[in-house]
Each structure stands twice: as structure tokens, then as C-alpha cells.
Design a protein around this ligand. Structure first.
Ligand SMILES: [Zn+2]
Length: 237
């Protein structure tokens, strides 16, 4: 992420304002330099990701822009087409799964795709300061973090260091999976991604909620299939 002096000043101003009830997303968005804002609509950005993922599944990569010319194009600014909150798992690299190149995805990763303070702030930055029209919260098959969260609920297992604290936001989806038919890990993974996507605009971020209300932003949940390479987008967010 490029942090110019102008962006840093804007970001410093935007953060405290976000806590005020009368906060205006449009005021912050209007301060985004025009050259930084992608012109894609939320649906166009989603279509771009689906197209790239289809090519990835078919072993027919789209030749994403990662060369010297592209580096020069974006050296001074960025206008990502989407922000992705995904797991840190080494098998789930968003740029590759979606066939995108340099400067196209604003990627936030941690184990279990958890919307902690740093993740929410980063997503807000991508939308309010960079004009990203789409956020994808992406879980994945056989996620170790979600599997660990299952053992916290089922076995009262404790994890060392900060791991247990990190897992806490996953626990509600694990508990909910207990009343659903099917494999708990599969249900909890999808439920956690869907719940996190919904919470981003319901509880966690007035900035993102306002952008969705204004039609500037779409937030969707998704689950990546390790076997097929397919990203399944979830409904009902
Ligand atoms: Zn994972």
C-alpha cells in the first residue's frame, strides 16, 4: 500500500471521524484523488474476479500484469478493483486465485480471515481512501484456524500465546454450525465468512455501511475450494 503524505493526512482525519454518528462517507470519499479511484462498479469488479478464477481453475491464466511496464504505471498511485479479507494459509493467495496482477487487489490476510481492528481499518482504507468498490471475505476448505476454533468449542481446548484470542471471532459461527446438518467444519467455514461479511456493514464499520447504502460498495462472503480451485460466492450477505 502506498502511503503518500496526502493519504496519511486524510487517513489520520478519517479514523476519529468514523466514530461519530453523523460521519459522512461521501466527504472522505470525495477527498480521494480522482486518479486513484477505479471506475469499475461493484458488480463489474465481482465479474472480473469470477473471470480470473475461472481461468485459474482451467489452468489458463490471464497473464496478469506483473511486468516492468505495469510497475511503472502504478508506482505513484493505486486503484485496486477489490479488497480481499482472506486466510493467511499458504494455499490461498488471492492474486493467483483471481488471476490479478500488480495494483489490482488490496489484500488483508490473517489466520481465519478474522475482522480484527487492523483488518477493518485496512478495509475501510481501501474503500474510503482508494475507492475499492468490492470487498470479498474469503474462507477456504480445511481451514486450520476454523478447525482449531471447533476444538475450542467441542473440547474446551486452549491454545498458547495469542492464538486463542485470535480464534474468538470464529466461535459464533462454530456454535451456529452445531444446529446445521452436514460437516461442522464446512458449515462453520462458510458461516464465518458470511457472518463476517455481514458484520462489516452491520456492526463493525459505519464507513463501509454508508458506502454500501450509497451503492458504491458491495461486500460478499466466499469460500475457496482447495481441490477444484473454485471460489464459491455466498448468498444472503
Ligand atoms: Zn485458513
Amino acid at each position: 500500500m502506498q502511503l503518500s503524505r496526502r493519504n496519511l493526512v486524510g487517513f489520520a482525519l478519517a479514523s476519529p471521524l468514523a466514530t461519530l454518528p453523523a460521519f459522512s462517507f461521501s466527504a472522505v470519499h470525495a477527498s480521494t484523488p480522482a486518479t486513484l479511484a477505479t471506475k469499475l462498479s461493484p458488480d463489474e469488479a465481482l465479474a472480473l474476479l469470477k473471470k480470473g478464477n475461472a481461468a485459474f481453475q482451467a489452468d489458463a491464466p490471464l497473464n496478469p500484469l506483473i511486468d516492468t511496464r505495469r510497475r511503472a504505471e502504478i508506482a505513484q498511485s493505486q486503484s485496486p478493483v477489490a479488497a480481499i479479507l482472506s486466510c493467511a494459509d499458504s494455499r490461498v493467495p488471492p492474486e493467483i486465485l483471481f488471476g490479478r496482477g500488480l495494483g489490482e487487489l488490496f489484500v488483508v490476510r490473517n489466520a481465519g480471515n478474522v475482522a480484527d481492528v487492523a483488518a477493518v481499518g485496512s478495509l475501510e482504507y481501501s474503500v474510503a481512501m482508494l475507492g475499492a468498490p468490492l470487498i470479498v471475505v474469503m474462507g477456504h476448505e480445511r481451514c486450520g484456524a476454523v478447525a482449531s476454533a471447533l476444538t475450542v468449542v467441542d473440547e474446551a481446548r486452549e491454545y498458547p500465546g495469542s492464538i486463542g484470542t485470535m480464534l474468538e471471532p470464529i466461535l459464533p459461527a462454530v456454535v451456529a454450525s452445531r444446529s446445521q446438518s452436514g460437516a461442522p467444519l464446512v458449515n462453520a467455514t462458510a458461516g464465518h465468512a458470511q457472518r463476517t461479511a455481514a458484520r462489516l456493514t452491520r456492526d463493525l464499520s459505519p464507513i463501509l455501511a454508508q458506502a454500501v447504502s450509497a451503492g458504491r460498495l458491495k461486500v460478499v462472503g466466499a469460500v475457496y475450494d482447495l481441490d477444484t480451485g473454485a471460489v464459491k460466492f455466498l448468498e444472503g450477505v
